[in-house]
Design a protein around this ligand. Sequence first.
Ligand code: FES
Length: 106
Amino acid sequence: MVKIKFIEHSGQEHDVETNPGASVMVAAVSNGVPGIDADCGGACSCATCHVYVDQEWLERTGEINPTEEAMLSLSTDRKDNSRLSCQIQVTEDLDGLVVTMPEFQF
Ligand code: FES
């Protein structure tokens, strides 16, 4: 199992365990973590699964693909560590991953 820590904008933390293979978004939604809406169900077309990846983990989450980049570019609260959590695949390498949610999902 892979452990992921989700931190709400308020600072409330949620520790979940998930199997490799799914996305970070699915790990959040299937464990009832608030703050990730995922309106498009993971199709990379809504940007309501926006997270900020802890800097320590950023390299291990992989490259931003062109569709994800296009969606993130529409976000007013984008940061250099912004990712769409539906585009981050959970691997054993991400055991201990920490992500924070923005105040709002648009
Ligand atoms: S769930 Fe819609 S872009 Fe990630």
